[in-house]
Design a protein around this ligand. Structure first.
Ligand SMILES: [Zn+2]
Length: 153
């Protein structure tokens, strides 16, 4: 079983360039062509978060993972794995993480993640229509699952 690790996602600039996109412009939001509908300069890409949005065809997402999922039409975990952002559950957990995540900290994180899920679940379907939101929700569920597993061992 593989587990997504957000910190292991590739750097947005390097990722988009590897996808064959030329990023131009001075600010954090770069301009590039849209590979989804073929527009020559309609896509905006956030060089820090990896978020993207096409002003013409409206394809969008919150990070490079979302881009890759939509581009390749593959699911969350396959995309994460293709981008090198997964570890297998059998792997030894990072000692640093074990040491720094105290029980109260773990519980606090668990509480906030559970709150997020509850809020989203209780709100209208409108909120979950956005793919980035759905991904965040899945991630939250995974975080809780991981903490539960660690607490159980
Ligand atoms: Zn487009």
């Amino acid at each position: 079983m593989k587990r997504f690790v957000r910190d292991m996602l590739p750097d947005p600039i390097r990722f988009y360039e590897a996808e064959g996109l030329q990023l131009t412009g001075p600010g954090k939001w770069k301009t590039t062509r849209c590979p989804f509908h073929g527009g020559s300069d309609s896509m905006r890409v956030n060089s820090e978060s990896g978020a993207f949005k096409c002003m013409a065809c409206e394809v969008h997402g919150g990070d490079v993972l979302s881009f890759y999922m939509q581009r390749q039409s593959i699911d969350f975990l396959d995309a994460a794995e293709a981008l090198g952002a997964t570890v297998s559950d059998g792997a030894v957990p990072s000692p640093a993480r074990k040491a720094t995540l105290s029980a109260p900290a773990a519980l606090a994180l668990l509480q906030s993640e559970a709150w997020l899920i509850a809020c989203t679940a209780l709100s209208t379907a409108e909120a979950v229509k956005d793919q980035a939101d759905r991904l965040r929700l899945i991630e939250a569920a995974r975080t809780i699952q991981n903490i539960m597993q660690e607490a159980g061992t």
